[in-house]
Design a protein. Structure first.
Length: 563
């Protein structure tokens, strides 16, 4: 491990007996040092911990003489980790609720963004009590008020990667709670100090016969008392927090932008759609969009910039502003609602027109696979219409980040017929082509967007070229076209636009085959990119409010992921 990123796993333990054995065994598979802090446990747990220390060289054991609380154990572990030279501590519960298989995902994010707190955002299964699933949103709401931000996706999850320098500076300087309110207070106070939060969806289960030390009365009273203190602390810091929100910030690469809103919000909208119908659910979008418009300074600025460019071509508002951005964001929200409605079986297939369906059916019947290059214009998820009721097409969607996983997980729960396969990659190249070539040979479809530059991987720059788009040079990624050339198959452009109450699919042949001879590789790539950008621009002018890239698309340093 590099000196700049030296992580350990931190496990607070109190009377977890045999449960901690399974947790440590699963953690040891990842080869990361494990610091266990025994918070005054009973004799059976102490014997189990001693056996684990003897069995696993990675385990280091520390003990508090009496039970002082989870927060006290975590703070002791953080200080021990810092003294031992570790830079980051991945806190995880001992009772097996957290998915230890996600440890590499937390560490990968921490290595890429070492100054950030990587915060687990639970995805509960059916074993989770309803009181735990929904009661925690009381705490979340207070955290969002106390930080004037939605950056912290879950304030109570104990699966969290801390940068130790910042965490230890806080616990050394402030009086922190030592019980179950520790995680919440830690998150809020680190946010006050300006730390970035990255949220990572992670599966949480409640094992049968599990040991929980959460006292419904006492711990809820502690959490309420902590929120009261944090609220008044927020009032004292209000000028600083407001100044931070108003101050201009360097725009990060799109992949570094936290996805706003939560899975609970998506489930809430899905429930409203089921119970109240489409019109009522659409009405509920108005206050939600108004909130995001008021608080989303970067997205609002990006919307205005884009609308100004299409407006100069007579397709958007002459003077973009609050009204135009509201309409833009409302179209995005409605698109999400339409996706959900489609997978709930509430979006009538007759409302999707596909004039070129016959030609595309001939492609499917031929047994040839194809690449579909889409965009963030319209509703790309309507590729489900290509499969038809008989599922004539198998669709593989290539995505650069896990931003889409949360929404697609919701769709999977909503409908058993959700079968689009997501393939997450960091860069598009020969490895991706090898993975997808077999799918193309089986006559399957590969969908990838062409209007996103991939995030840097391991510090390396992604391969992009600037071509003309809406009157100004903009970066477009080589990846989709390099991939198409390696797959040696037909390439289509795919757009699905909402026109009134209906969607219309536009699917046009881009090339029978992308050819990139070595001697002319870069000029050919630029020509393909310009051809794609020209078609994207034409469709943007057709539906100006339906392009949903809410970040500075034309920025020069498009590959910078620093916030």
């Amino acid at each position: 491990m590099s000196a700049a990123f030296a992580p350990c796993v931190l496990v607070p333990v109190y009377d977890h007996g045999d449960q901690v054995r399974g947790t440590i065994e699963r953690l040891a598979q990842h080869g990361v040092p494990i610091l266990v802090v025994d918070d005054g446990s009973d004799a059976p747990t102490q014997r189990a911990l001693e056996e684990l220390r003897a069995r696993f060289a990675l385990v280091r054991l520390f003990r508090l003489e009496r039970n002082r609380g989870k927060g006290a154990a975590v703070m002791r572990g953080m200080r021990e980790a810092r003294e031992a030279g570790f830079t980051h501590a991945l806190q995880i519960d001992a009772d097996g609720q957290h998915d230890a298989a996600d440890v590499p995902r937390f560490l990968a994010l921490g290595r890429a963004r070492p100054a950030a707190v990587v915060c687990g955002r639970p995805v509960f299964d059916a074993s989770a009590p309803a009181s735990r699933r929904y009661g925690r949103y009381f705490s979340h709401a207070w955290v969002w008020i106390e930080t004037l931000s939605l950056a912290i996706g879950d304030s109570m999850c104990g699966f969290r990667l801390y940068p130790l320098e910042a965490a230890c500076a806080l616990i050394d300087a402030a009086r922190m709670p030592t019980r179950m309110d520790f995680d919440t207070a830690m998150a809020v106070r680190l946010a006050w100090r300006g730390l970035e939060f990255v949220n990572l969806d992670t599966r949480v289960t409640y094992p049968a016969g599990g040991v929980s030390h959460f006292d419904l009365l006492r711990d809820n009273l502690r959490i309420s008392r902590t929120h009261a203190r944090l609220f008044f602390g927020m009032i004292a810091r209000l000028p600083l927090l407001l100044w931070r929100k108003a101050a201009p910030a360097r725009a990060p690469h799109w992949s570094a932008l936290a996805e706003r809103g939560g899975a609970a919000g998506l489930r809430f909208m899905g429930g409203c759609y089921r119970l109240l119908g489409e019109r009522a659910a659409l009405l509920l979008l108005y206050p939600v969009v108004a909130y995001f418009l008021l608080t989303g300074r970067r997205a609002r600025a990006a919307s205005n910039e884009y609308l100004r460019r299409v407006g100069e071509r007579g397709a958007g508002p002459a003077r973009p502003g609050w009204r135009g951005s509201f309409r833009h964001m409302l179209a995005f929200a409605q698109s999400g609602l339409d996706k959900l409605a489609g997978w709930l079986g509430r979006f009538d297939g007759a409302r999707v027109e596909f004039p070129d369906r016959a030609a595309f059916d001939r492609l499917l019947a031929s047994g040839r696979g194809a690449v579909l290059i889409g965009s963030h214009l319209g509703n790309l998820e309507m590729t489900r219409a290509l499969a038809g009721r008989e599922r004539a097409a198998v669709i593989n969607a290539v995505v650069y980040t896990d931003h889409a996983r949360r929404f697609n997980a919701l769709l999977e729960r909503a409908s058993g017929e959700f079968h689009t396969r997501l393939i997450q990659v960091s860069q598009v190249g020969p490895e991706t082509a090898i993975l997808l070539r077999d799918k193309i040979d089986r006559g399957e479809l590969v969908v990838i967007v062409g209007d996103r530059t991939p995030p840097p991987a391991g510090g390396a720059s992604a391969s992009v070229s600037e071509v003309e788009f809406l009157g100004r040079p903009a970066p477009f990624a080589h990846g989709p076209f390099v991939l198409a050339s390696l797959l040696e198959c037909p390439v289509y452009l795919f757009f699905c636009l909402r026109e009134g109450e209906r969607y219309r699919i536009y699917c046009e042949l881009f090339a029978e085959r992308i050819e990139l001879p070595r001697a002319e590789r870069l000029p050919r790539l630029r020509a393909y990119l310009q051809q794609y950008a020209g078609r994207l621009e034409a469709y943007c002018l057709r539906a100006p409010y339906q392009w949903f890239n809410f970040y500075d698309f034309w920025r020069k340093d498009a590959l910078d992921v620093r916030a």
